[in-house]
Design a binder for this molecule. Structure first.
Ligand SMILES: [Zn+2]
Length: 119
């Protein structure tokens, strides 16, 4: 299970950080791109499983979904794509080139006993 191993590495990282600060992790904020290949709901339930028996038990995983943004060479602008299947500019319908956002799978912040710190 792909999501479970991801959840476990997030929990590991957060536990380490919590131990280093001798604090308790209340929540983990995660940026998840729509092209990351990770299923949000599966990750949420895997996270609960991964937290069991660790110091993170009862903490929350807060997922921010990141839309797919690509650079349109014709408009010369970054564009948010309507579909993750079709890599075309929503304005001018040209094929987009460079993918700017959408593959994120990254811990953005940890909430540790009421304070939010950047990861
Ligand atoms: Zn365009």
């Amino acid at each position: 299970m792909h999501e479970l191993s991801i959840a476990m590495s997030i929990v590991d990282m957060a536990e380490e950080e919590a131990a280093r600060r001798s604090a308790r992790v209340e929540a983990v904020h995660l940026k998840l791109g729509l092209l990351s290949g990770v299923v949000k709901d599966a990750l949420l339930s895997s996270y609960e499983m991964a937290c069991e028996g660790t110091s993170l038990q009862g903490s929350r995983l807060v997922i921010e979904e990141i839309p797919v943004v690509a650079f349109c060479p014709k408009c010369r602008l970054p564009r948010t794509l309507d579909s993750i299947q079709w890599f075309i500019c929503p304005e001018c319908k040209s094929p987009v080139s460079e993918l700017l956002h959408g593959r994120e799978l990254q811990v953005a912040a940890l909430e540790i006993s009421d304070q939010e710190i950047p990861a």
